[in-house]
Design a protein around this ligand. Structure first.
Ligand code: PHB
Ligand code: FE
Length: 326
């Protein structure tokens, strides 16, 4: 693994934004775009798209497998160290030999992305929020929004609502019911425990919990059974990354609709469109990448297995890339 790699920052440019370099990559922003440069090429992304993707990559600690910011740029998690790439999972870049990849220690790259987010996110803009629920990310440097970009991800050790674990969301704690979920009942279950078990039986209303999420496309771990994690999330607009799976994952559509574009993970070739309606269940294979579109605020249960043995077992052919064969 590589030694510590420093982030080099420049003084602010005319629009007030610093540029950042780590390894062979340089990141610059102007009023509308992020520009990424590497030894064999350069790439531009709209700044809102770049900030939403960077925010997810930071909050999820590079997530499972590959986080494509778009069809060119992204990161691949090796759990401890991480690849940052351009054109690596893009057939045209590969064939033209324009692709580039560099490995970084986890903490160094997270530190670089955190510094970029802090400098490039303006006051009033929240990269986690739905576009209709936040301000504009464009224009010259105008303050910051540290509270929004340093939110802790919800990671329950056992289950939301268990004493000492993640608390319920309430008005008082700053989590009002979202405008899209005004009709979601807010009552909590009645628990009738056998005498002597009163402290050991817990239950909560997961729909009410999700109806109060203030972020989009940000799965929360609400319960853990060994390595099996329930990661529900509330969605609106577009998943800010094109996620390249390194394991199978299950989707349960809890409310409203999400449309998924599914592509080959390595080449980006189109594989399918999946239209999910309430109650639909999909098994996403381990060799795909996908991006979801939610026309309205909706609830999705993402069910993950966090075992670090899975990616290798799939790569070796010991596990199928499909969770089920029909
Ligand atoms: C996924 O890549 O599977 C994913 C990520 C974030 C979400 C939903 C699904 O909010
Ligand atoms: Fe995924």
């Amino acid at each position: 693994m590589t030694d510590t790699i420093n982030v080099v920052e420049t003084a602010p440019n005319e629009q007030g934004y610093k540029s950042f370099s780590i390894g062979g990559f340089t990141f610059e922003r102007d009023e509308y775009f992020a520009t990424i440069t590497w030894p064999t090429g350069t790439h531009q992304m709209a700044i809102d798209v770049f900030l939403r993707a960077t925010q997810r990559d930071v909050a999820w600690g590079f997530f499972y497998g590959i986080v494509n910011f778009d069809s060119v740029f992204g990161t691949m998690n090796h759990y401890g160290n991480v690849d940052m790439f351009a054109g690596r999972f893009n057939d045209a870049y590969r064939r033209a030999e324009m692709d580039y990849n560099e490995n970084f220690p986890h903490d160094d790259l997270i530190g670089c992305f955190e510094a970029i987010l802090a400098d490039w996110t303006n006051e009033g803009y929240d990269p986690f929020a739905a576009p209709q629920e936040t301000g504009q990310p464009f224009g010259p440097n105008n303050g910051s929004n540290m509270d929004a970009i340093t939110r802790e991800r919800v990671v329950a050790q056992r289950m939301v609502s268990v004493p000492g674990d993640e608390p319920l969301r309430t008005d008082e704690a700053g989590f009002p019911v979202n405008r899209g979920f005004a009709d979601v009942p807010q009552d909590e279950p009645t628990i009738e425990a056998e005498p002597g078990y009163e402290d050991e039986v817990c239950a909560y209303n997961m729909y009410a919990y999700l109806s109060r999420s203030d972020v989009t496309w940000n799965p929360s771990v609400v319960s853990a059974c060994k390595e099996s994690l329930y990661c529900p999330t509330s969605e609106e607009f577009i998943l800010p990354v094109i996620h390249g799976n390194d394991r199978c994952e299950w989707f349960v559509q809890l409310s409203d609709d999400i449309h998924w574009d599914v592509e080959d993970r390595d080449t980006g070739a189109k594989r399918s469109r999946v239209i999910m309606k309430p109650g639909d269940v999909a098994a996403m294979p381990a060799d795909i990448r996908h991006q979801g579109y939610a026309p309205k605020r909706s609830m999705l249960l993402v069910w993950e297995n966090a075992s670090n043995r899975i990616p290798e077992a799939i790569a070796k052919g010991e596990l199928s890339p499909r969770p089920v064969d029909f």
